[in-house]
Design a protein around this ligand. Structure first.
Ligand code: HEC
Length: 91
């Protein structure tokens, strides 16, 4: 099995690039690396602006329940969103 088949089997092909999360040692970055890195590589916060992130994370909560039977709690969602919007794309 080639690498592309392997990646395909693991889930969406994006975002698969390894990113260095800002403040990688902070609790929020660890939470993102853990909870947002299960189906694909943890996303680069600069991928979306602060305005865009809430809708993306809401969609991910649906994916989690549907695909993994996992719930991102309201408190976890708050921490993840605070982190992603703070480091989000500026323009
Ligand atoms: C249960 C599996 C699963 C988990 C856990 C998960 N995702 Fe995703 N993610 C997906 C799937 C499936 C796609 C592709 C379909 C889509 O974009 O909705 C995706 C795509 C993405 C994308 C690329 C699409 C876009 O709109 O930019 C981003 C960014 C993303 N996820 C962020 C996150 C974040 C942030 C978290 C943690 C809160 C997370 N994901 C956790 C399944 C998951």
């Amino acid at each position: 099995m080639g690498l592309s088949a392997l990646l395909a089997a693991c889930g969406p092909s994006e975002p698969v690039a390894k990113v260095q999360l800002p403040e990688a040692d902070s609790p929020a970055a660890r939470l993102v690396a853990d909870r947002c890195g299960r189906c694909h590589a943890p996303p680069d916060p600069r991928r979306h602006s602060a305005e865009e992130w809430p809708a993306v994370v809401e969609r991910m909560r649906v994916h989690m329940v549907r695909q993994a039977n996992e719930v991102l709690s309201d408190e976890e969602t708050r921490v993840v969103l605070e982190y992603l919007t703070r480091h989000g794309r500026k323009s």
